[in-house]
Ligand binder design. Structure first.
Ligand code: PAF
Length: 286
């Protein structure tokens, strides 16, 4: 059962009142936005939030506007009570569970579009996804008004898109990325890993292995193109189909990179059966 010291908010007004009281007491607030189905990766974000600020708010909202019509919105895992218990255990101060009808009233008509960073990678395969993410994150930031908000680096393009939206819209919050948490075999933790069959689960760590091998090659001065071609073939041989993208991009601008003369990221999205996995690895850290 959730610890009774975890506050739970569904409406904006009491959430805002609590935030105002904390700020009046000189207490900083860190937001961890999530879509629930919490795992150790989310809890690492909460632990980091506790290091960075006095009060930690975690939001749980499966945001319909970031799922395409053929994506897994309806089957996205939901277990609010388990999530609340985990947040209490991780000693978050509050859980914010917005109501979908209040988040998106029938005449909702405003969206946040980040042009330049959303054209390739996931943006190419998930039209409208980043607009849905940027819009809901902007709303969550406006509602919670945190000093800092934390996002996992696993969704690297998302992190860069959010950074840009916050900068461009002058939102008074600091965005911080947190390193991806991995299973012992390298698989990045993700709420979607629970969809994998045992056989797919055995193949899944190849994604990280291939990304790491490319990053190592780049760090040693090799050209991206042959590394990427070899990596793609290896993923396909391991059963990933389709490999939507496997690319080397500038770590900040996400422009395509041919070698690691500046910090770059190797990023991929690929399906194992019906499950879409994404991951990325740094070659030369910023
Ligand atoms: O990364 C996620 O879980 C979601 O995209 C986010 C940032 C909570 C927005 O819905």
């Amino acid at each position: 059962m959730p610890d009774s010291s975890l506050l739970r908010f569904e409406a904006v007004a009491p959430l805002r009142a609590q935030g105002a009281a904390w700020r009046k007491a000189g207490e900083s607030v860190v937001l961890v936005p999530t879509m629930g189905a919490l795992h150790a990766g989310h809890l690492a974000l909460v632990a980091r939030a506790r290091e960075l600020g006095r009060r930690v708010v975690a939001s749980i909202f499966v945001n319909p506007t970031q799922f395409g019509p053929t994506e897994d919105f309806s089957r996205y895992p939901r277990d609010t009570e388990a999530d609340l218990a985990l947040l209490a255990e991780a000693r978050a101060d509050a859980a914010y569970l917005p109501d979908v009808a209040a988040m998106y009233p029938p005449d909702f008509s405003t969206r946040v579009e980040v042009d330049s960073l959303t054209q390739g990678l996931c943006g190419q395969f998930r039209p409208g996804h980043f607009s849905g993410v940027a819009t809901v994150v902007t709303k969550l930031l406006n509602r919670v008004q945190p000093d800092i908000a934390l996002f996992g680096e696993k969704d690297y393009q998302q992190l860069q898109v959010i950074r840009r939206a916050v900068r461009d819209l002058d939102l008074p919050v600091e965005i911080q990325g947190v390193a991806t948490l991995r299973e012992a075999d390298g698989l990045a933790l993700s709420s979607r890993n629970r969809y994998l069959s045992p056989e797919e689960r055995r193949a899944a760590p190849r994604l990280h292995a291939v990304l790491s091998a490319i990053a190592t090659g780049l760090a040693a001065g090799a050209e991206a193109e042959p590394l990427v071609a070899g990596g793609r073939a290896e993923l396909e041989a391991a059963g990933f189909s389709p490999v939507q993208y496997l690319e080397v991009r500038d770590a900040e601008t996400l422009e395509p990179a041919t070698r690691a003369s500046r910090p770059v990221r190797v990023l991929a999205a690929a399906y194992l059966g019906r499950t879409r996995l994404i991951d990325n690895v740094a070659a030369l850290r910023a």
